[in-house]
Design a protein around this ligand. Structure first.
Ligand SMILES: [Zn+2]
Length: 398
């Protein structure tokens, strides 16, 4: 991970060298010899200069057996219980009647179960966790899997998504939040996201090192947490709790209108090019079936892209020319027509000349005129159709 996993800045500096250590919460050695022979991994933390996020730049998610071992948090401390209850009450106020709530990385499910109890049996309460715990199932629907924003937001249509003490385990938390916000756009309702993670601010100020273990590649400061939450939508609030040791916050998942607009434009282009590929290939195929000699002007770069995309195979369109002597004698990548010099059009005229590189069409047109060759039509592609360069309207005239 070279770039900051929160703000993508490439400016980071070393902040803590923890040497190599074993997994600390997901190793679960069952014997002494197993414990002392456990694999060790580098704890090489760097800090982002822009958003102050700290992360292990040598982290590898693959080595942690989340599917095999539970990630247990001690939840029974009095002060901690008080904190949890306060959060459940606060989130419950947000929920509509008969809500759907998803807790990602729910562990044994105590938090989402607390919300279910507060709703007295109405609504749907789901917990995702790759490791299924024995207590799961009581009062909640337990899904022993990773949560996939694109699939699961659509499938379950939640009102609230919860992620407590999970973000610090992720390799790409920003990516996750962006995907979550994007997926929620497809639901016609407000979707809230609540996240909580340890805050490294107290540890950082006091020189404390115990927070830096392999399962926590990401160490959030309040600043970097806010930065992350902003990626997912409208921040409702961000607070620290438990003596500043945890930071949490609530957002209404959303995206800027310009993103939504861009997504629509992208989709339009995608659909348009799917159709124009068929239309153009069909127009060009008809052309190849006629009696006229057709030449394609250009056989590399954009022209080679055109030839491959619209399937101008060598047997149908054997005649390819270029005015650049460096290209003459080489072959069109992918389809294999030999590239001839454009002056051949004098001795072997083409009735139809296709110019695949529209942006150079005016120059090529001038070259054709200068060569003084005969032709009946020059075609370019414009808005998904083959059009007459000289007669039709387009933006590529000189
Ligand atoms: Zn950053």
């Amino acid at each position: 991970m070279k770039k900051c996993p929160i703000c993508s800045s490439s400016l980071s500096v070393k902040v803590f060298n923890g040497g190599k250590k074993t997994l600390s919460t997901l190793g679960w050695p069952s014997t002494h010899s197993e414990a002392i022979s456990m694999e060790k991994y580098p704890l090489d933390y760097v800090q982002c200069l822009r958003c102050s996020h700290i992360w292990n730049c040598q982290f590898n998610y693959e080595v942690i057996p989340y599917e095999n071992n539970p990630n247990r948090m001690f939840n029974n401390g009095t002060l901690w219980q008080k904190h949890i209850k306060a959060m459940i009450q606060s989130l419950n106020k947000l929920l509509p009647k008969n809500p759907t709530v998803i807790d990602i990385g729910c562990g044994e499910g105590h938090f989402v179960r607390g919300l279910a109890e507060a709703n007295c049996g109405t609504g749907r309460f789901l917990g995702f966790d790759p490791n299924s715990a024995p207590e799961s199932g009581a009062g909640i629907e337990f899904i022993p899997n990773y949560f996939l924003p694109e699939v699961d937001i659509k499938r379950y249509q939640p009102d609230l998504v919860i992620m407590r003490h999970v973000l610090e385990h992720l390799e790409e938390p920003a990516e996750f939040l962006e995907q979550l916000a994007f997926a929620s756009l497809k639901l016609n309702k407000s979707v809230y996201f609540f996240a909580e993670t340890p805050s490294v601010d107290v540890a950082f100020k006091s020189g404390r090192i115990v927070d830096f273990f392999y399962e926590h590649p990401s160490q959030f400061t309040k600043k970097s947490f806010v930065r992350l939450m902003e990626l997912g939508g409208d921040v409702q609030w961000v607070d620290t709790h438990y003596g500043g040791e945890v930071v949490n916050g609530l957002i209404k998942l959303s995206m800027e209108n310009s993103y939504v607009h861009q997504a629509q434009e992208s989709e339009k282009f995608l659909n348009f090019t799917e159709i124009s590929k068929l239309t153009l290939a069909s127009d060009l195929n008809k052309l190849s079936l006629g009696e006229q000699v057709t030449a394609i002007w250009g056989g590399t770069g954009k022209a080679a892209t055109f030839i491959q995309h619209y399937q101008l195979e060598k047997n149908k369109f054997p005649y390819v020319v270029d005015s650049d002597y460096e290209k003459v004698g080489s072959f069109v990548p992918g389809t294999g027509q030999v590239i001839r010099h454009s002056s051949e059009l004098k001795s072997r005229p083409a009735e139809v000349i296709i110019i695949p590189s529209q942006w150079r069409a005016a120059d090529i047109y001038a070259e054709i005129k200068m060569l003084n060759v005969t032709y009946s039509k020059i075609f370019i592609e414009y808005q998904g159709r083959l059009i007459d360069y000289e007669l039709d309207e387009h933006p590529y005239h000189a």
